[in-house]
Design a protein around this ligand. Sequence first.
Ligand SMILES: [Zn+2]
Ligand SMILES: [Zn+2]
Length: 256
Amino acid sequence: MNLESATKYFFCKTQSFTDSPRCTGETLTGSDVLGAFGLCQSQAELGFKAFLGKLGLSPEDSKRAIQLLTQHGMKHCDKVAALRKLDTKVKVKVVQVLAKFAFKDYCRSASGKEQCQKCRGQKLIYRNKAVVKHPGCGEKTPARVVKEDVGELCDHCNGKGELSVACRDCRGRAFSLDQAETERQGVPVMKDCKRCRGRGYERVPAADAFRAICAFTDTISAATWDKTIKPFYDQLCTQLEIEESWAETSLNRVTG
Ligand SMILES: [Zn+2]
Ligand SMILES: [Zn+2]
């Protein structure tokens, strides 16, 4: 059983389970799956929590995944001189921010959409505005101007509350037409999209993470970021993928 079908089984009671390949031919019961989950969790907690967090099933899982990734980062960050030199309190904050962004980047593969940062998914932006209040018909009092919070459609997401993170070149298909080969062979030939390197979606800009850590320290220059801390941040992103495959392997082993 893989992580995805196990999760479906566990969280969506109505989900039929027939799409999952079974090796033994025997039906797994709910408590089998629950037990497998528990065991898998103890063996590969980070990957497991990260996966559940990615599916958006519970914010607690995401929090725990970020916490565990921060711990992992703290264990390895002293290899980077610019991080090692930081005061411990600042260092924890910086690694925490890197872990948060790495998790956000990891979650992107799950869905093509992400909550709009500007309206935080609320679809409306409230602004305190002067509003003219007209008195009712027949009343003698003049119109008044009052300040009031007025909700307007968020212009960043056009009132959708979410934004597509699909690659702008291939629109999420992850491949594009190979012009040269298509002309040479006379049939359409596809290749991995150059912009997203076949991921299908835009990565969380690493520059956002850099800007966020600058709120805690002014000792890290853009050059240091590029040369030493960004590669460390990229490792954290990769680590989540690795941890997920560990969780997957562990679940496979448990459920057979
Ligand atoms: Zn918005
Ligand atoms: Zn693309």
